[in-house]
Design a protein around this ligand. Structure first.
Ligand code: T3D
Length: 264
C-alpha cells in the first residue's frame, strides 16, 4: 500500500493532516481512507496534540469518492454496494471528526466536492481560500449527500439553501459560502495556511476539553427540547466545573495572568 496518501506534520500543539493525492484532487480511495482514519486516531490519542488542521495537497481540497477506485467496481460488472462503501469508510470518518477530543480546523485550499465538501463542513471551523469552492456533486451522479451532508447542510443553511445546493450540485464559491454562513472564514489564497495555523494555535491554547464539550452540546441541542438542552448544559458544567482547567481559568483571571490549560 502506498504510504504517503496522507501527510502528517506537527507544529507546537497543532497536528496538520494533509490529503495527498493531488493528481486526482485528493479524492478518497479505500487506501487513503485507511491512512486518514489512522492519522486522526493517532492525533486523538496523542496528549500533546491540542488542535488538528485538515487540508489538501495541490490545487484541490478533496473531490469526494474516487470514482475510479477498485472499490467502485465489482469483478462481474454488477453495481457496487455503495452503502457498504459508506458504512466502511464515510460513516467512521464523519463520526471520528465529530468526536475528536480537540478542535478540528478545515483549511480548504481548493475545490471540495461530494464527500470532500461534507468532510470539511463536518469539521469545527472551516477556513477556505478565496479560490476554493464547495460542490454537493452527488445529485449529478445519482446519489444523495453523504458523509453527514444531509444532517449538516440544513442545520448550517436552513432547508431552502441546503436543498437548493444539494439538488443543483452547483459550485458555491468560498466567498459566498462565508456570506451565507456555511463556513467560518474566506481568506486570500496566500494567507490560508497561516490563518488556519494561527486559529488552530489559538484554539490549542484554550481549554480544549471544554471546546469539545461545546461542540457536543451544540450538536446535541439541535435534537433536544429546551428543558433537555438545559439539563445537558448543567451536566456538562458539573463535570467541567470539577476539572483542573476550570480552576486554572478562574485562578488565572483572579491573578491577572495568562492561563495554562492542560485538560483534554
Ligand atoms: O462509493 C461511493 O461512490 C460512495 C461515496 C460517495 C461520496 C461522493 O463523494 S460521491 C461524489 C464524487 N465526486 C464527484 O462526483 C466529483 C467529480 N469531480 C468533479 O466533478 C470535478 O473534478 C471537480 C468539479 C471536483 C473539479 O473540476 P476541475 O475541472 O477543476 O478538475 P478536473 O479536470 O475535473 O479533475 C482533475 C483530475 O482529477 C482529473 O484527472 P485527469 O483527467 O487530470 O487524469 C479528474 O479525473 C480527477 N478527479 C476529479 N475528481 C475525481 C477525480 N478522479 C476520480 N474521482 C474523482 N471524484
Amino acid at each position: 500500500m502506498q504510504d504517503d496518501l496522507v501527510q502528517v506534520t506537527t507544529r507546537g500543539a497543532v497536528r496538520t493532516v494533509t490529503l495527498n493525492r493531488p493528481a486526482a484532487l485528493n479524492s478518497f480511495t479505500g487506501a487513503m481512507h485507511a491512512q486518514l482514519l489512522a492519522a486522526l486516531n493517532a492525533a486523538a490519542d496523542d496528549a500533546a496534540v491540542r488542535a488538528v488542521i485538515v487540508t489538501g495537497a495541490g490545487r484541490g481540497f478533496c473531490a469526494g469518492q474516487d470514482l475510479n477506485d477498485p472499490e467502485m467496481s465489482t469483478p462481474d460488472g454488477s453495481p457496487p454496494d455503495v452503502g457498504a462503501v459508506i458504512e466502511k469508510h464515510y460513516t467512521p470518518l464523519a463520526l471520528r471528526i465529530r468526536s475528536m477530543p480537540v478542535p478540528v480546523v478545515a483549511a480548504v485550499n481548493g475545490v471540495a466536492a461530494g464527500a470532500g465538501a461534507n468532510f470539511a463542513l463536518g469539521c469545527d471551523m472551516v477556513v477556505a481560500a478565496r479560490s476554493a469552492s464547495f460542490i454537493q456533486a452527488f445529485s449529478k451522479i445519482g446519489l444523495v449527500p453523504d458523509c453527514g451532508g444531509t444532517w449538516l447542510l440544513p442545520r448550517l443553511l436552513g432547508r431552502a439553501r441546503a436543498l437548493g445546493l444539494a439538488l443543483t450540485g452547483d459550485k458555491l464559491p468560498a466567498e459566498e459560502a462565508q456570506r451565507i454562513g456555511l463556513i467560518w472564514q474566506c481568506v486570500d489564497d496566500v494567507a490560508l495556511m497561516d490563518t488556519a495555523l494561527a486559529l488552530a494555535t489559538r484554539l490549542a491554547a484554550m481549554p480544549v476539553k471544554a471546546l469539545a464539550d461545546t461542540r457536543l452540546a451544540l450538536d446535541s441541542a439541535s435534537m433536544l427540547d429546551y428543558a433537555q438542552a438545559l439539563a445537558l448544559e448543567a451536566s456538562l458544567q458539573r463535570e467541567l466545573g470539577r476539572a483542573p482547567d476550570f480552576a486554572e481559568g478562574v485562578a488565572a483571571f483572579r491573578d491577572k495572568r495568562a492561563p495554562q490549560f492542560s485538560d483534554r
